[in-house]
Design a protein around this ligand. Structure first.
Ligand SMILES: Nc1ncnc2c1ncn2[C@@H]1O[C@H](COP(=O)(O)OP(=O)(O)OP(=O)(O)O)[C@@H](O)[C@H]1O
Ligand SMILES: [Mg+2]
Length: 296
């Protein structure tokens, strides 16, 4: 069963802004990455999951509860890190977290203490005097400290230094091992590739692509970069593989795994200087969707 079920969600803000007919199903225990350019609709979608805004069309349920009509009940078992956090300025980090824990009627503050230590937070400093990253860390603790089953993270590592980003990723992994369902937006491809099971790409309010991360990791097409010691060999291979490209002295060929034996056989008759596999990074893959009008 889907824990987060977004069905044909539409929120039209006019002028082609908003989200349109968006359907996403996130399974229990899944970490779902949400990617897309600025203004694509990621935060809007997450706010609708939280029930902060009424859909124009479609519906969202979290564990079977309707996000709009049963938002109070949903909030008991959800952790939400907003894209633009706003914390009260007139208290310390600890006072704020204690206040939230009281409002949530949390029985124990132990996990909050653990997280404060984990992120090396000085809980007694005034929020007003905190840096952006320090505030972000307080908001992260508030998101996780009640051990919710469902966690929504809107650009969670924005403002964190590389060490803290790494710690955050480690935290997400631990939460995943506990069986948590996580919906996370990000602009950092590496972060998405490290933790997500599945990714959805949204553009202009439409979900344009969904894919399993494992399928990307085990891509059947590989690109090879070759350098031949003599031009005749290069010419011969390019004749055999017309889709090959020449880039300076290097020949670049994309081969399906099914054709690898034929490729090796053809290469065995050549005098090669070197052969290497070009790894298409996740970033390169996703940039195709960000740029231009690529739909698939
Ligand atoms: N309350 C609102 N009223 C009118 N337009 C809105 C409102 N909220 C969002 N929008 C518009 O909806 C679109 C999606 O915005 P959203 O904040 O969801 O994008 P995003 O994918 O989170 O972008 P970013 O990566 O910059 O955080 C934008 O065009 C935005 O201007
Ligand atoms: Mg956003």
């Amino acid at each position: 069963m889907s824990v987060i079920k977004i069905d044909n969600l539409t929120k039209d803000y006019g002028n082609h802004r908003g989200i349109f007919d968006l359907t996403i199903n996130i399974k229990k225990g899944e970490v779902y990455g949400f990617l897309g350019p600025n203004g694509a609709g990621k935060s809007t979608t997450m706010r609708h999951v939280m029930g902060f805004s009424k859909p124009d069309n479609g519906s969202i349920t979290v564990n079977g509860l309707d996000s709009w009509t049963e938002q109070v009940k949903i909030k008991e078992n959800i952790g939400y890190l907003a894209g633009e956090i706003s914390l009260p300025n007139d208290m310390t980090g600890l006072q704020y977290l204690r206040l939230i824990s009281k409002m949530r009627k949390m029985k124990s503050f132990d996990y909050a203490e653990e997280l404060l230590e984990y992120f090396e937070i000085d809980p007694n400093s005034n929020i007003k005097k905190m840096s952006k990253g320090m505030k972000q860390k307080i908001a992260i603790v508030a998101t996780f400290m009640h051990d919710p089953e469902v966690i929504l993270l809107d650009e969670p590592t924005s403002g964190l230094d590389p060490l803290m980003q790494e710690r955050f990723i480690e935290l997400v992994r631990k939460e995943q091992q506990k069986g948590k369902t996580i919906f996370m937006s990000s602009h950092i491809f590496e972060e998405i590739s490290k933790v997500c099971d599945r990714v959805g790409i949204v553009k202009n309010g439409n979900l344009i692509k969904e894919l399993e991360m494992s399928s990307l990791r085990n891509n059947e097409e590989k690109t090879y970069i070759l350098r031949f010691k003599n031009d005749d060999d290069a010419k011969r291979i390019i004749e055999l593989y017309p889709e090959a490209n020449l880039n300076n002295d290097e020949t670049i060929i994309t081969i399906n795994d099914n054709d690898i034996n034929r490729f090796i056989k053809d290469l065995s008759t050549c005098n090669l200087a070197y052969l290497k596999e070009k790894e298409e990074s996740l970033e390169e893959y996703f940039m195709k969707f960000y740029e231009g009008d690529v739909d698939d």
